[in-house]
Design a protein around this ligand. Structure first.
Ligand SMILES: [Zn+2]
Length: 511
């Protein structure tokens, strides 16, 4: 218990907000001290004494976002993304994300998975928000099992592998299967970028031979079938190995449905999508600035986007991550004549919340989510806000086994976002805070912008603007995949609607 608490004064109270967890909501005061939520008090009670009180009347309070898929200071061939941990993490906070997850991807055959992860952990010392890490394996050799053990010891409990990008990051099927088996042994999770490499290579070559290899043709070179064929193959391998598997950036309803079917057979499979696949379609490649949209997989047809959004709303997709990759327009424009020479990936850590919230809300039977009135019993067509919290924070915390994250409950980290779901702003691509000069969402009118952001108990965004907390971000050591699920089941505070807890009540063991 901190000194402030002993005097009966918490460091911060967010008062009178509609507090929303993935499993429910209530009007409440959230009490914060020493970096954690210490109590959630019914709003009918007096506001507890605190050094600072933020009035969240008429607004929504949710857990800070967890972006499970960011690339920070990423080197791919001759390209390097332009932001470092200080910039990416500050931009994340601006956008309501209080934990980012990066990847330790070996830059070439000389760098081992362990070295790649160690390099990222060292860079993360500059982070303004909390950080967790995924490992990555490209080539199997007899040292890999011991490296994965060491990664697990460092709290890195997942490994990403690419089914495409031959000659750079691609892992062959032998490697994928062996690593899956190791991750089962180490209670970890296998992350997969699923695109069928032979189809992509063939299709790209065919387009190059026909002189159709500029950015305007990107979507034609990477067909939906290539994604789905790879998802199908990897699911079979995961089923064979008994391995939990997570698909990054699923961009087609067919790919999502394959995951759902596998889950129905008992495969522990997870589906992630990204904001851009929910709101942008392949018409962008015939727009004035097609280079703004160079990423893999590419944007899909308008029909595909509409079907993907249905799955985003109905729970078939589990998480929404940015796949943040921060190149600027100078880099993007250097080789628009040949997509094979371009840097692929989009800046998005800052805009994940409004793009995802807007996409979800537009597809929802939506009426007045914050209009809780006196009862706190708002009706928004049945759980839009809860669904959003799950996609944005709770599910990424659960699946990635991040202790103390993803819920507003006593004992959890005080990572909180206050927002007004009805407030709309127009994206100014040049006015954001990532290390670039554009946004693929420039000019779009979006809802779901954070007004207050609290990270580790510190108010970093408020009506006055951004308050840089300095390099206070911690590296979060992850639990095992099954260990985390078991713990979540045993911890009702995270799983049930926010409990009313008296101020000063004991923090649950192991929270
Ligand atoms: Zn990525």
């Amino acid at each position: 218990m901190s000194a402030a608490q002993r005097n009966g004064v918490a460091s911060l109270v967010i008062a009178h907000g509609l507090v929303v967890n993935a499993a429910g909501r209530r009007l409440a005061h959230v009490v914060v001290d020493a970096g954690r939520v210490t109590a959630v008090v019914d709003a009918a009670e007096p506001v507890p004494a605190a050094e600072r009180v933020i009035d969240a009347s008429g607004r929504v309070v949710i857990p800070g976002g967890i972006d499970g898929h960011c690339h920070v200071a990423q080197v791919t061939g001759r390209w390097r993304t332009l932001d470092d941990y200080a910039v990416t993490s500050a931009a994340a906070l601006w956008g309501g994300t209080t934990t980012i997850m990066d990847f330790g991807i070996p830059r070439d055959a000389q760098e081992t998975p362990l070295e790649a992860a160690a390099n990222k952990l060292a860079l993360a010392a500059g982070a303004r928000c909390d950080v967790a890490l995924h490992g990555a394996v490209i080539d199997w050799d007899e040292t890999v099992p011991a490296q994965l053990e060491e990664l697990a010891r460092l709290g890195v409990r997942s490994v990403k592998m690419y089914m495409t990008n031959r000659g750079s990051t691609m892992a062959d099927n032998d490697t994928v299967l062996k690593v899956m088996r190791e991750m089962v042994r180490l209670d970890g999770l296998t992350y997969i970028h699923a695109e069928h490499d032979a189809m992509i290579a063939d299709c790209t070559q065919e387009h190059a031979d026909a002189g159709r290899i500029g950015i305007g043709h990107l979507h034609e070179t990477r067909p939906e079938l290539a994604e789905e064929a790879s998802v199908r193959e990897v699911l079979a391998m995961a089923e064979y190995a008994g391995a939990p598997v997570y698909f990054v950036h699923q961009s087609t309803p067919g790919a999502v449905d394959l995951v759902a079917e596998a889950r129905a057979r008992g495969v522990e499979a997870h589906s992630e999508t990204c904001p851009h696949y929910l709101v942008l379609d392949d018409g962008v490649y015939s727009s004035r600035f097609p280079e703004w949209y160079a990423c893999c997989p590419p944007m899909r047809s308008a029909e595909t986007v509409a079907a993907l959004r249905e799955r985003f709303a109905d729970g078939s997709i589990h998480t929404v991550s940015s796949d943040h990759s921060c190149y600027d327009l100078t880099q993007k424009r250097e080789r628009t004549d040949d997509i094979r020479q371009m840097p692929h990936g989009l800046p998005g850590v800052e805009t994940r919340m409004p793009v995802a919230f807007t996409a979800l809300a537009e597809g929802w039977e939506y009426a007045d989510p914050a209009g809780a009135g006196a009862s706190g019993d708002a009706h928004d067509g049945g759980g839009l806000l809860e669904r959003f919290v799950d996609l944005f924070a709770a599910a990424p915390a659960r699946i990635n086994a991040l202790p103390g994250k993803g819920a507003i409950a006593p004992g959890f980290d005080a990572d909180l976002v206050v927002f007004d779901p009805s407030e709309a702003r127009t994206v100014d691509g040049g006015g954001l805070h990532m290390g670039t000069d554009f946004s693929p969402f420039h000019g779009r009118r979006l809802r779901g912008w954070p007004q207050h952001v609290v990270a580790g108990g510190r108010v970093v965004l408020d009506e006055e603007g951004f308050h840089d907390p300095g390099p206070v971000g911690r590296v979060v050591a992850r639990l095992g995949y099954r260990e985390s699920l078991a713990r979540a089941r045993a911890l009702p505070a995270a799983a049930v609607p926010v409990p009313a807890t008296p101020v000063g009540a004991a923090v649950p063991e192991g929270a």
